[in-house]
Design a protein around this ligand. Structure first.
Ligand SMILES: [Zn+2]
Length: 406
């Protein structure tokens, strides 16, 4: 008997079956593919919520973008939890905050042993997946948290941190940020030694947020491929935080990967332009939020998203669809091939597009790529295979450097 797929229903010689049948062949293939792939997100700001709200990931909470029930629903198998402090929270205070955030992540793993497993290598991610657990990794967002001290960096690595974003929104004492006035012409000599130490430790060098010159300096210095943990394409949305086509090409040439960010302000030129027009007005309201919620950055971010949604509802800012994420993936794939692109949502740290409001909606991306004609192999790479390859390469470089004691 040959089944015939008809929009939403399946006709089998003489009998009509509807109800829970998939919409069509592609939808069925997509959900199978998504469920069997290792899906990895390289940037979620959820640790702010863990620390300040004492949020427990076991609870579904629609105020944020990510929790265990919705990770299960969305087939999200591994996530890099972002250890982030604002650039002004630095020095010993920044180190203490970073340790508190690391502890908050590790405590969630301890409290949910059936669902979560701490992972520090590609192999551990694969093992967690094989055991039906979600792999929790940690990435540190902002070189200011090492307090200009390689010893502190080594301690973070020992606690499980597996990438360091060289800067956040402001310059560090050794690297320029894309959203600050250039001060060091890229990386200083100490900045280069940070990159070398990261290579030796097997910690990925993350170039999201850094200035173009810092990116090129890091690319030249690093023996391991680089990652952009949460960056989108400047050709589609001209924000300095996004990567130019030349940068994406150079990153790919050395084996690296760009993990596309879902923030509507980095996805849509139309949104970015409209937002810039009302910059002062919005900034003033965001400052109010910072005053109200103080150090609770998780709350500031999510209330900021609520504010942006009010502006969108009032027609002051345009709607941005989840399909923009697919456009950015496709742009980067057309430039450098499917081996160098992945997913870095910025969940709980940014404003999500319509249709990708939280991590439960991820299967939509897989289906869209399949409909675009992407091969299943390529989609698996984008969903997580590429970042695993980059991690393995960084682990290999680390072993090599440690063997030669360099
Ligand atoms: Zn960021």
């Amino acid at each position: 008997m040959r089944p015939i797929w008809l929009c939403g229903g399946l006709i089998l010689a003489g009998s009509l079956l509807i109800a829970s049948m998939p919409a069509d062949d592609i939808a069925a293939r997509a959900s199978k593919l998504h469920a069997s792939a290792i899906v990895i997100d390289t940037h979620a700001d959820t640790p702010q919520r863990l620390l300040f709200e004492k949020f427990d990931l076991g609870h579904r909470d629609a105020r944020g973008h990510l929790d265990i029930p919705r990770m299960r629903e969305g087939g999200l198998n591994a996530v890099f939890m972002s250890i982030w402090t604002p650039s002004k929270v630095n020095g010993p205070k920044g180190v203490k905050r970073a340790l508190d955030l690391i502890d908050a992540v590790r405590e969630q793993v301890r409290l949910h042993p059936q669902d979560l497993a701490l992972a520090t290598t590609a192999e551990e991610v694969r093992r967690a997946h094989a055991q039906g657990k979600i792999a929790f990794l940690m990435g540190m967002e902002g070189g200011h948290m090492i307090d200009d001290d390689l010893g502190v960096l080594r301690m973070y690595a020992a606690l499980g941190v597996r990438y360091l974003t060289l800067t956040h929104g402001s310059n560090t004492n050794w690297a320029d940020s894309s959203t600050d006035d250039p001060k060091h012409n890229g990386l200083t000599a100490f900045g280069k030694s940070v990159v070398q130490e990261l290579n030796r430790l097997g910690v990925l060098v993350d170039i999201s947020h850094v200035s173009d010159k810092t990116f090129y300096d890091a690319l030249e210095t690093s023996r391991a491929p680089l990652m952009a943990s949460h960056s989108s394409c400047r050709a589609l949305c001209n924000h300095e935080r996004n990567m130019s086509d030349d940068m994406i090409r150079a990153l790919a040439k050395k084996g690296g990967v760009i993990q596309i960010n879902y923030h509507i302000g980095f996805l849509s030129q139309e949104f970015l332009d409209a937002r810039r027009k009302i910059q002062d007005e919005m900034r003033a309201k965001e400052k109010e939020l910072e005053k109200t919620y103080g150090e609770d950055q998780g709350r500031v971010i999510l209330e900021g998203e609520r504010l942006a949604k009010e502006y969108i509802a009032a027609g002051k800012l345009p709607r941005v669809s989840w399909e923009k994420v697919v456009e950015h993936i496709d742009h980067a794939v057309k430039l450098v091939g499917a081996d160098h692109v992945g997913l870095g949502s910025d969940f709980d740290g940014a404003w999500m597009p319509d249709g990708l409001e939280d991590c439960s909606k991820l299967p939509r991306l897989t289906e869209a790529l399949l409909r675009k004609g992407y091969s299943e192999d390529d989609i698996r790479k984008i969903l997580g295979g590429n970042i695993l390859r980059v991690m393995e390469e960084a682990e290999r470089v680390s072993r090599e450097m440690q063997n030669t004691n360099r």
